[in-house]
Design a protein around this ligand. Structure first.
Ligand SMILES: NC(=O)N[C@H](N)C(=O)O
Length: 278
């Protein structure tokens, strides 16, 4: 299936001086909302061994105990990139392009990724990245410490695109709620899923899902009201939601177009054993 999508990609700079001060940035014990207008020059970060890049950190483990992932939006200038993007040998990652194009080299093979392009990078994978185009490229980079499991292989790297993977209807929803799955749910090599969830206008999660798995949700397109831990929050393209384990969640897609988000979820593992069994 080939359909072109336009994703929200932040612009940086500062909001105009005329902007109202009312804001929807929220941080509670169960969730955080980072609205798109918070993604300004004030919150820019950089990383070692990168050139011509800046990034917005959307999520990272806070307590060092129960949170599983970090998520960045990375902007790379023409000719920018990194020969040593990942410094942690046990980190796996997903890269998802929201604007522009770039080349990613994985184990010596060069792949050209455009908007909607998706790369899975397993732990220990050798990869590098370069923007060979004449425009900025922007992408999400989601990272997690891989949970090895004796007898289960580490998954291999792959490259695909939102445009090449068919969205699957959630049972009984008549197609108003679909999920684009980039890995098979039954593939036990994977301990994280980064999928795209799409609701057509009026589509709903009709009950407060409550589960131990964490989420990062970045709104790629459209708008909705999300019900988070008993509170209604309006969200739109460019907003980020960080949901801690157990945060009750449901939503209502407001239209007029589809409501789509990139969804991180930790899956397929026992909870970590903190102490070895004697
Ligand atoms: N908020 C969500 O989209 N949650 C998903 N249904 C999920 O947990 O897979």
């Amino acid at each position: 299936m080939t359909t072109k999508s336009t994703y929200y990609a932040p612009t940086g700079g500062l909001p105009p001086q005329t902007q109202l001060l009312s804001d929807r940035a929220i941080f509670t014990e169960a969730y955080a909302i980072i609205p798109k207008r918070v993604l300004t020059d004030i919150v820019i970060s950089y990383l070692p061994f990168w050139t011509g890049m800046r990034m917005w950190v959307l999520a990272r483990p806070l307590s060092g105990f129960s949170e599983t992932f970090s998520q960045y939006i990375v902007e790379v200038e023409p000719n920018g990139g990194s020969e040593k993007p990942e410094l942690d040998a046990n980190a796996e990652g997903v890269v998802f392009i929201v604007e522009g194009e770039m080349d990613i080299t994985i184990e010596g093979e060069v792949h050209h990724l455009e908007s909607g392009g998706y790369a899975f990078l397993p732990p220990g994978c050798k990869w590098s990245l370069k923007n060979n185009s004449d425009k900025h490229v922007k992408f999400h980079w989601i990272r997690k410490a891989y949970q090895h499991c004796e007898g289960v292989d580490v998954p291999e790297a792959f490259v695909t695109s939102d445009h090449d993977v068919e969205a699957i209807e959630m049972p009984g929803t008549g197609g108003v709620w679909t999920t684009t799955r980039f890995t098979e749910q039954s593939d036990m090599r994977h301990d994280m899923h980064v999928n795209i969830v799409t609701f057509q206008p009026g589509g709903v999660i009709p009950f407060d899902e409550t589960h131990v798995m964490e989420h990062g949700l970045y709104v790629l397109e459209g708008k909705a009201v999300y019900h988070l831990n008993g509170e209604w929050v309006e969200v739109e393209a460019g907003d980020f939601m960080w949901l801690r384990a157990f945060c009750p969640q449901s939503c209502y897609a407001g239209g007029p177009g589809p409501f789509r988000y990139l969804l991180y979820k930790d899956v397929n593992r026992h909870m970590p054993f903190i102490r070895p069994v004697k």
